[in-house]
Structure formats: structure tokens, C-alpha cells
Ligand binder design. Structure first.
Ligand SMILES: [Zn+2]
Length: 328
């Protein structure tokens, strides 16, 4: 990075050496210490004598981090070819105008490049941290294993709280699994269903806001979904869940969202959702995170459904003695 002072000296040098600039070769001179500049910069090349030096490198081949302020306006000796006894001289170099311009441009582009690299590095760090966080939470899935017909697990089954794997195989098996998810969803009068609800801990969800098996064009399958954006505005809505029969409760969630997911072929798509669809997505996405809808209920609402939740817990305990679960 060139300090302003050093560039100022270059500018003065430009005046002194005007006429020496050549198109492709940068001409500059150095001054042996002790010689006053007035003696050293008469017009004409000869006056430079053995103090002359020629930059054989073109400006663009110099590194962007070229230091011009190494020693009071001197170019770093690495870039100067000093002749004879001046090799060790404390050189004060003066650049021809074209070189100065190129040098300035180099400096600016170097700064731009520095900023870009810094930004890229920060971005890379962030992405790495994100990937690490993502990786620690969700390992990749190899093949989806399930048994037909699928059955909806009820609260407080521990699979509803388990980590869900990212889907990596976009094969026939995945497509059949999605079809079966829809089947069990329609059978149980649902409008959305997430894979962990049928005991398969992978990041897959399906929904159909009409809840009608005949409305095939309303079916949405989301594999490895994620949020792109959530609205600040929130809304209360009474939700139910296939894993919580006969339990309903108000839950506050963002009004509208933008999400991304992969389809059954693995192609990424984006959806802007609001209203019921935004509501369904958020509820099902929570399942993929092991979050259940009563976790999001206001304490007063939760109080109203606690007895029913405990009844489900009691039923689970009697059917699955010794199995640990997370209760209210
Ligand atoms: Zn649910």
C-alpha cells in the first residue's frame, strides 16, 4: 500500500522525468544519497548516468501489494534493477507518468482484490461454520428404510424428537415413500405430514392444503427443506397434529415465508407461502427439527391441553414400558 507521501514524491519524479516514459518499459531513476535533486533531475536521459534503472517488468506483472513506500518513496529494491555500485544505494525512485498511473490502478485493484478476498474469506468461514453446525445436527441419509403400510406415531414417541437425516438418494425408494406419506395423510384426514411422524427420521415432508386425495395438483413434496425468509408479522392460528389426536391449540407463527427444498429428483425449488400453506409448512418443518406444536404454545394455551398430553404420555408408557421420552 503506497502512503500518500510516497506517491507525492512519485508525482514530483514524474515531472522531472517527463519525456522519458516509454510505452512498454517503465523508466525511473534513483538518487544516490547526498545528491541534491536539482543536480539529479535535469532534462534528458543521459543525466541519469549509471544511476538509471529500468523496470523490465511491466506494471501489470508486479504484484498488487507492491510497496512503494518502503523507504521514503523508494520502490522496493526487489523491483528495481540498480546498476553497478548503486545496488546498495538507498534509492529514491521516480516513475514515469504511465507507470505512476498503472501503479495507482494496480494499487486500487489490489485494494479491491484484498477487499474481495477478505469478504470471500469471511463468507467461506461463515459457510464452513454453517456446514459444520448443519453436519453435526444432520448426518446424510443413505437409503430410506420404512415398512408398509406406514403408521402415524403418537406423542410422546421418541422418534418425534430424534434428529432427522438429510436425504441424499433421490431414487425410486424416495418417490414410493412420498406416495405412502400422502396415503396415510389422507387416511388420517391430515393436510400435512412429516417423515418422523411415521418413524422415519429423514428430512421429508408432504402436504396438500385441500386434504383431498383427488386434488393431486395441490400435493407438495419437500425434501431437505429450509427457510429462506420469514415475515416479521406473526399470526395466531389454531393447529392440530396427526401425532396428537383430539388436541388443538393456538400457535403463533410468521404470516408468510419463503422456503427452498428439493423435489423427488433432487432439483431445488423455491416457494413463497402465506396463509394456510405457510402454516402447514412451518408446522411440518418443526417436525423435521424435532419441535412439536405444543412447544410453541403460549403457557396459557399449553395449560389447557396439558391433561390431554399427559393422558397420551400415560398411554405410551403402558404400551412401551421402560422407553424414555420427553414429556410436558
Ligand atoms: Zn404435526
Amino acid at each position: 500500500m503506497a502512503p500518500a507521501k510516497a506517491l507525492g514524491q512519485f508525482a514530483r519524479g514524474v515531472r522531472a522525468t517527463r519525456g522519458l516514459a516509454q510505452a512498454d518499459t517503465m523508466v525511473a531513476c534513483c538518487r544516490c544519497s547526498g545528491l541534491p535533486p536539482t543536480r539529479h533531475f535535469p532534462e534528458g536521459a543521459r543525466a541519469f548516468g549509471h544511476h538509471s534503472l529500468r523496470f523490465r517488468q511491466q506494471a501489470r506483472s508486479l504484484p498488487p501489494s507492491l510497496s512503494v513506500g518502503g523507504r521514503e518513496g523508494s520502490l522496493a529494491p526487489a523491483y528495481c534493477k540498480l546498476s553497478g555500485s548503486d545496488r546498495s544505494a538507498s534509492a529514491r525512485c521516480y516513475a514515469a507518468k504511465g507507470f505512476l498511473k498503472e501503479l495507482q490502478e494496480l494499487k486500487e485493484s489490489g485494494e479491491r482484490e484484498d477487499r474481495r478476498l477478505k469478504k470471500q474469506k469471511q463468507k467461506g468461514k461463515k459457510a464452513k461454520a454453517k456446514a459444520k453446525a448443519f453436519g453435526s445436527r444432520q448426518k446424510a441419509s443413505t437409503a430410506i428404510e420404512y415398512e408398509s403400510p406406514l403408521e402415524v406415531l403418537l406423542y410422546p414417541h421418541p422418534k418425534l424428537r430424534a434428529a432427522n437425516l438429510t436425504v441424499t438418494d433421490f431414487d425410486e425408494n424416495l418417490a414410493s415413500f412420498a406416495t405412502e406419506l400422502f396415503e396415510v395423510m389422507y387416511e388420517t384426514d391430515g393436510i400435512g405430514l412429516a417423515a418422523p411422524q411415521v418413524g422415519v427420521n429423514v428430512r421429508v415432508m408432504v402436504y396438500n392444503p385441500t386434504g383431498e386425495a383427488s386434488e393431486k395438483d395441490q400435493e407438495v413434496v419437500l425434501v431437505n427443506p429450509r427457510y429462506v425468509n420469514k415475515s416479521k408479522g406473526q399470526t395466531l392460528f389454531e393447529e392440530g397434529c396427526l401425532s396428537f389426536p383430539e388436541i388443538m391449540g393456538d400457535v403463533k407463527r410468521p404470516k408468510s415465508i419463503v422456503v427452498e427444498a428439493q423435489d423427488l429428483k433432487g432439483d431445488t425449488f423455491r416457494l413463497e407461502l402465506e396463509g394456510l400453506e405457510a402454516r402447514i409448512f412451518q408446522h411440518e418443518y418443526d417436525h423435521l427439527e424435532g419441535v412439536l406444536f405444543h412447544d410453541r404454545m403460549h403457557p396459557n394455551v399449553l395449560k389447557e391441553v396439558t391433561a390431554k398430553l399427559q393422558a397420551l404420555e400415560g398411554k405410551f408408557e403402558s404400551e412401551n414400558p421402560g422407553v424414555a421420552y420427553q414429556g410436558v
